[in-house]
Design a protein around this ligand. Structure first.
Ligand code: CA
Length: 227
C-alpha cells in the first residue's frame, strides 16, 4: 500500500512530537508544523492525504485554516482541540472539518478516525470523478470521455449534455429537462437545440463505435442505456 502523507499542525511541541512518532510507527509519512500560517501554506503547497489540525494556534486558528483550505481542496481534515474548547465543535465542522477529536485522546482513537476519513475520501473521489455506462467512461476531473479506452473529443455543450445523460443513465429525460439543466432556464434560442446536440453526440459516440448509447423515446425524450 502507498504510504499516506499526513500534515500535523499543532503548537504544543511535546504533543506534536508524540503524535509524530506514533504516526510514523504506524507507517505514515508525517510532516509537523507549529504555526497556523505556515501550516496553511504547507497544506496548499504540499501533496498531503490528510490534515490533523489543532484548533488554537499562533498565526491562524484551525477554523480559519480549515475555511481557507476548503475553498480549493477536499483533503480530509481532523480537528484536535482541548477539552475546554468543545463549544467550538460546531464552528469546526461548519468550517469544513471532517471530524473532531477532543484532547486528551488515545492514539488508537485517532488512528480509527483517520481510517474512516481515508475511506470517505476514497468514496468521494470515485463518486465524483468517474461516470460510466457500458464501456463509455467520463472522467470529470480530467474532463475526458473514452469509449472502450479510445478518447472522444467533444465540444463544451456536447460534453455537458453527455455528463447529464450518463449521470441519469437508464432514466428518460425530457427535452425540457435537458434544456433546463444543460442550457439553463434562461436559454433563448432554437427549441430543437437538444435534438441537434443529440445528433452531434450520436455521430461521435454511437456511429463512431457502432454501438448505441443514446436512445430515443419518441415524443418523450432521451436516455443513455447501461446494462
Ligand atoms: Ca494549541
Amino acid at each position: 500500500m502507498e504510504q499516506k502523507r499526513i500534515i500535523l499542525i499543532e503548537d504544543e511541541v511535546k504533543l506534536a512530537r508524540f503524535l509524530e512518532l506514533e504516526l510514523k510507527y504506524e507507517g505514515y509519512d508525517v510532516s509537523v508544523c507549529h504555526d497556523g500560517r505556515e501550516g496553511l501554506e504547507q497544506i496548499i503547497e504540499g501533496n498531503y492525504d490528510l490534515v490533523l489540525l489543532d484548533l488554537m494556534l499562533p498565526g491562524l486558528t484551525g477554523i480559519e485554516i480549515c475555511r481557507r483550505v476548503r475553498k480549493s481542496s477536499n483533503i480530509p481534515i481532523i480537528m484536535l482541540t482541548a477539552k475546554d474548547e468543545t463549544m467550538d465543535k460546531v464552528a469546526g465542522l461548519d468550517s469544513g472539518a471532517d471530524d473532531y477529536l477532543t484532547k486528551p485522546f488515545v492514539i488508537e482513537e485517532l488512528l480509527a478516525r483517520m481510517r474512516v476519513a481515508f475511506k470517505h475520501a476514497q468514496k468521494d473521489n470515485s463518486k465524483k470523478t468517474l461516470l460510466e455506462a457500458n464501456g463509455l467512461v467520463i472522467d470529470t476531473e480530467k474532463r475526458m470521455v473514452t469509449v472502450d479506452g479510445t478518447v472522444v473529443e467533444l465540444t463544451k455543450k456536447e460534453y455537458e449534455l453527455l455528463v447529464y445523460l450518463v449521470q441519469n443513465k437508464n432514466i428518460v429525460l425530457t427535452r425540457e429537462q435537458i434544456l433546463n439543466e444543460v442550457w439553463g432556464y434562461s436559454y433563448i434560442g432554437e427549441t430543437n437545440v437538444v435534438d441537434v446536440y443529440i445528433r452531434y453526440l450520436r455521430a461521435k459516440i454511437d456511429e463512431a463505435f457502432a454501438r448505441k448509447y443514446i436512445h430515443t423515446i419518441r415524443g418523450v425524450g432521451y436516455y443513455v442505456k447501461d446494462e
